[in-house]
Design a protein around this ligand. Sequence first.
Ligand code: CU
Length: 147
Amino acid sequence: MKRTLIRNLITIVGLLTGAALLNAGEVKIELGGNDMMQFDKTELRVPAGSTVNLTLNHTGKLPKAAMGHNFVLLKAGTDVAAFAMKAVAAAATEYIPEGDEVIAYTALIGGGESTSVSFTAPEAGTYDYICSFPGHFAIMRGKLIVE
Ligand code: CU
Protein backbone atom coordinates (compact mmCIF):
# COMPACT_ATOMS: atom_id res chain seq x y z
CA MET A 1 0.00 0.00 0.00
CA LYS A 2 2.66 2.45 1.06
CA ARG A 3 4.93 1.35 -1.75
CA THR A 4 2.17 2.02 -4.32
CA LEU A 5 1.65 5.49 -2.89
CA ILE A 6 5.36 6.28 -3.22
CA ARG A 7 5.42 4.90 -6.74
CA ASN A 8 2.43 7.09 -7.66
CA LEU A 9 4.12 10.12 -6.16
CA ILE A 10 7.25 9.44 -8.19
CA THR A 11 5.13 9.16 -11.32
CA ILE A 12 3.38 12.45 -10.59
CA VAL A 13 6.69 14.23 -9.98
CA GLY A 14 7.98 12.78 -13.24
CA LEU A 15 4.93 14.01 -15.16
CA LEU A 16 5.21 17.48 -13.65
CA THR A 17 8.89 17.70 -14.59
CA GLY A 18 8.03 16.62 -18.12
CA ALA A 19 5.32 19.26 -18.39
CA ALA A 20 7.75 21.95 -17.17
CA LEU A 21 10.22 20.95 -19.86
CA LEU A 22 7.53 21.15 -22.52
CA ASN A 23 6.58 24.64 -21.32
CA ALA A 24 10.20 25.76 -21.53
CA GLY A 25 10.11 24.76 -25.18
CA GLU A 26 7.38 27.21 -26.09
CA VAL A 27 8.03 30.81 -26.99
CA LYS A 28 5.42 33.50 -27.59
CA ILE A 29 6.32 36.45 -29.77
CA GLU A 30 4.26 39.54 -30.52
CA LEU A 31 5.32 41.46 -33.61
CA GLY A 32 3.72 44.71 -34.72
CA GLY A 33 3.50 46.30 -38.15
CA ASN A 34 2.23 49.83 -38.73
CA ASP A 35 1.06 52.19 -41.47
CA MET A 36 4.61 53.54 -41.78
CA MET A 37 5.70 50.19 -43.23
CA GLN A 38 7.66 49.25 -40.12
CA PHE A 39 7.94 46.20 -37.90
CA ASP A 40 8.29 47.15 -34.22
CA LYS A 41 11.06 44.57 -33.75
CA THR A 42 13.99 43.93 -36.07
CA GLU A 43 15.55 41.20 -33.94
CA LEU A 44 13.87 38.17 -32.40
CA ARG A 45 15.62 35.48 -30.33
CA VAL A 46 14.39 31.93 -29.74
CA PRO A 47 15.96 28.65 -28.57
CA ALA A 48 16.65 26.03 -31.23
CA GLY A 49 13.89 23.44 -31.48
CA SER A 50 11.39 25.48 -29.49
CA THR A 51 7.80 25.88 -30.59
CA VAL A 52 7.38 29.50 -31.58
CA ASN A 53 3.90 31.02 -31.45
CA LEU A 54 4.17 34.29 -33.30
CA THR A 55 1.34 36.80 -33.46
CA LEU A 56 1.50 39.62 -35.97
CA ASN A 57 -0.55 42.70 -35.05
CA HIS A 58 -1.22 45.33 -37.70
CA THR A 59 -1.41 48.43 -35.55
CA GLY A 60 -2.26 50.75 -38.44
CA LYS A 61 -5.57 51.68 -40.09
CA LEU A 62 -4.87 51.27 -43.81
CA PRO A 63 -6.57 48.39 -45.66
CA LYS A 64 -4.80 45.22 -46.71
CA ALA A 65 -4.72 46.21 -50.40
CA ALA A 66 -2.75 49.39 -49.62
CA MET A 67 -0.68 48.44 -46.56
CA GLY A 68 -0.87 44.66 -46.20
CA HIS A 69 1.60 43.02 -43.84
CA ASN A 70 2.72 39.47 -43.26
CA PHE A 71 5.62 37.71 -41.56
CA VAL A 72 7.70 35.47 -43.79
CA LEU A 73 10.64 33.58 -42.28
CA LEU A 74 13.24 32.52 -44.82
CA LYS A 75 15.71 29.67 -44.80
CA ALA A 76 19.32 30.56 -44.10
CA GLY A 77 21.19 31.62 -47.22
CA THR A 78 18.10 32.82 -49.10
CA ASP A 79 18.68 35.78 -51.40
CA VAL A 80 16.13 38.11 -49.78
CA ALA A 81 15.91 40.59 -52.66
CA ALA A 82 15.44 37.82 -55.23
CA PHE A 83 12.77 36.19 -53.05
CA ALA A 84 10.93 39.50 -52.64
CA MET A 85 10.99 40.07 -56.41
CA LYS A 86 9.42 36.65 -56.91
CA ALA A 87 6.85 37.40 -54.20
CA VAL A 88 5.56 40.48 -56.07
CA ALA A 89 4.15 38.18 -58.76
CA ALA A 90 2.38 35.96 -56.22
CA ALA A 91 -0.60 38.18 -55.41
CA ALA A 92 -2.96 35.20 -55.73
CA THR A 93 -1.25 33.47 -52.77
CA GLU A 94 -0.87 36.62 -50.64
CA TYR A 95 2.69 37.19 -51.93
CA ILE A 96 4.00 33.78 -50.91
CA PRO A 97 5.68 32.48 -54.08
CA GLU A 98 6.20 28.83 -54.92
CA GLY A 99 9.54 27.40 -53.87
CA ASP A 100 11.26 26.03 -50.79
CA GLU A 101 12.73 29.23 -49.28
CA VAL A 102 10.02 29.71 -46.65
CA ILE A 103 10.19 28.21 -43.16
CA ALA A 104 6.97 29.79 -41.90
CA TYR A 105 4.59 32.58 -42.82
CA THR A 106 1.42 34.25 -41.66
CA ALA A 107 -1.65 35.38 -43.55
CA LEU A 108 -1.58 38.86 -45.05
CA ILE A 109 -3.49 41.35 -42.88
CA GLY A 110 -4.68 44.94 -42.98
CA GLY A 111 -4.99 47.67 -40.34
CA GLY A 112 -6.45 46.57 -37.00
CA GLU A 113 -6.11 42.86 -37.78
CA SER A 114 -4.01 40.14 -36.12
CA THR A 115 -2.87 36.74 -37.25
CA SER A 116 -0.76 33.96 -35.75
CA VAL A 117 1.52 31.18 -36.88
CA SER A 118 3.25 28.37 -34.98
CA PHE A 119 6.47 26.79 -36.13
CA THR A 120 9.44 24.87 -34.79
CA ALA A 121 12.56 27.00 -34.49
CA PRO A 122 15.21 25.67 -36.87
CA GLU A 123 18.80 24.88 -35.92
CA ALA A 124 20.97 27.60 -34.38
CA GLY A 125 21.75 30.40 -36.79
CA THR A 126 20.46 33.70 -38.12
CA TYR A 127 17.41 33.81 -40.36
CA ASP A 128 15.87 36.73 -42.23
CA TYR A 129 12.23 37.58 -41.87
CA ILE A 130 10.39 40.04 -44.08
CA CYS A 131 6.99 41.34 -45.03
CA SER A 132 6.57 40.13 -48.62
CA PHE A 133 3.93 42.71 -49.63
CA PRO A 134 5.29 44.49 -52.74
CA GLY A 135 7.89 47.08 -51.83
CA HIS A 136 7.88 46.41 -48.11
CA PHE A 137 10.86 44.10 -47.63
CA ALA A 138 13.43 46.89 -48.02
CA ILE A 139 12.26 48.36 -44.70
CA MET A 140 10.12 45.60 -43.19
CA ARG A 141 12.78 43.04 -42.40
CA GLY A 142 14.57 41.66 -39.39
CA LYS A 143 16.64 38.80 -38.06
CA LEU A 144 15.44 35.78 -36.16
CA ILE A 145 18.37 34.58 -34.09
CA VAL A 146 18.12 30.94 -33.07
CA GLU A 147 20.37 30.08 -30.13
CU1 CU B 1 4.13 45.01 -45.04
